[in-house]
Write a protein that binds this ligand. Structure first.
Ligand SMILES: *Cc1c(COP(=O)(O)O)cnc(C)c1O
Length: 368
């Protein structure tokens, strides 16, 4: 049996008819950028997250940049960022000319540790970026309390966390803004590059829409500096078709995670992901921790099972941040995770036989 890490083919086959119609519709309207298809998706995505506004963008990375840019963050400013995340979380700060200041993650949630933030805050700190990593919300009440006391912004990087919840509230409107990615492999994936940014704040939404379109509020009148961060109509049309299935797909991810949990819980060598009491985890990734990762990984790959490491190098040890002078040992929990994490296949179309196959191989490996 073959179990890919994710399977975009089988999802496409399932919705092919609707997608083909949506594509044809966009093509015959010759409306390629923003327009009614993107608008419809924006409205539906905002309401799915219980948030007032959503602006369609060209990527999640652009969303991270736009979030801090719109708040006026720039050179001389510092932004608190978890050490354990995908690199694009840090681009928001660096593209604004601000300095990313890294913080270790929590040993249970693998998200930024609120307890370790305060010591990193200086008079230059302007924002905390809360990443809902692997699909699990960060501890937003604690983060908000710090942000409020210090008078700084709390923004969300929700690239991996469509429909995830914190204490029953959907991510996307908890911080001042939230950026989402629709990279094809994400829980809601476009057929190319796409992203979005959500907010409940009227003024911020106005800025998002201006900056994404060259800083203009009307054509050829450029009120502020901007960029081209617009979503393509084809992506909006695809995403709007797929959004209807997202609740169902999220339930399937959660059911797969539960099956993994039930089958693997007895293996002492494996630390399974923990769903925190405040979180509804949407399992973009199912990340286990083990000390002999390389061997188990090679064994699983050899059996036809796709896996991944998310992420093998924490941000403070990335070559591009060498100038910030972090050392190995600065963030032991993130470093331990980077060395020992292994992501198992998880995608809504995964069959029971495939889940069982992965579990059996892991159990066999440890019984050898
Ligand atoms: C995927 C991802 C991004 C970037 O999104 P793109 O759409 O690929 O630009 C940002 N942050 C996190 C945590 C991500 O996983």
């Amino acid at each position: 049996m073959n179990v890919p890490f994710l399977d975009l083919q089988s999802q496409y086959k399932q919705i092919k008819r609707e997608i083909d119609i949506a594509f044809q519709d966009v093509l015959s309207n010759t409306s390629y950028i923003l327009g009614k298809y993107v608008k419809r998706f924006e409205d539906n995505f905002a309401s799915a997250h219980g948030v007032k506004y959503c602006a369609g963008l060209s990527s999640g990375t652009d969303g991270n940049h736009l979030a801090l840019w719109s708040l006026g963050i720039g050179p001389g400013d510092e932004v608190i960022i978890p050490a354990n995340t995908f690199i694009a979380t840090a681009w928001g700060a660096t593209l604004c000319g601000a300095k990313p200041v890294f913080v270790d993650c929590d040993a249970d949630s693998y998200n930024i540790s609120p307890e370790k933030i305060e010591e990193k805050i200086t008079s230059n700190t302007k924002a905390i970026v809360a990443v809902h990593l692997y699909g699990q919300s960060a501890d937003m009440d604690k983060l908000r309390e710090i942000a409020d006391v210090k008078g700084i912004y709390l923004v969300e990087d929700a690239a991996q966390a469509h429909l995830a919840e914190y204490n029953g509230i959907k991510v996307g409107g908890i911080g001042v803004s939230a950026s989402f990615s629709f990279y094809p492999g994400k829980n809601l994936g476009a057929y190319g590059e796409a992203g979005a940014i959500t907010t409940n704040d009227d003024e911020l939404d106005r800025k998002f829409r201006m900056i994404r379109e060259h800083g203009s509020n009307k054509k050829y009148n450029h009120e502020m500096f901007g960029h081209n961060y617009r979503m393509e109509s084809l992506q909006g049309a695809v995403l709007d078709v797929k959004l209807k299935y997202l609740n169902e797909w999220t339930d399937k991810r959660r059911a797969i995670a539960q099956k993994y949990h039930n089958r693997l819980i007895g293996i002492d060598q494996i630390i399974l992901p923990k769903e925190m009491s405040y979180a509804k985890h949407v399992y973009h990734l199912y990340v286990v921790k083990i000390s002999d990762r390389e061997n188990l990984n090679a064994y699983l790959n050899n059996e036809g099972i796709g896996t991944g490491y998310h992420y093998p190098i924490p941000l403070h040890l990335q070559p591009c941040f060498k100038h910030l002078n972090y050392q190995k040992g600065d963030f032991p929990i993130s470093e331990d995770l980077a060395d020992n994490c292994l992501s198992l296949p998880i995608f809504p179309e995964m069959s029971d036989a495939q889940i069982e196959f992965v579990c059996e191989k892991i159990i066999n490996y440890y019984n050898k």
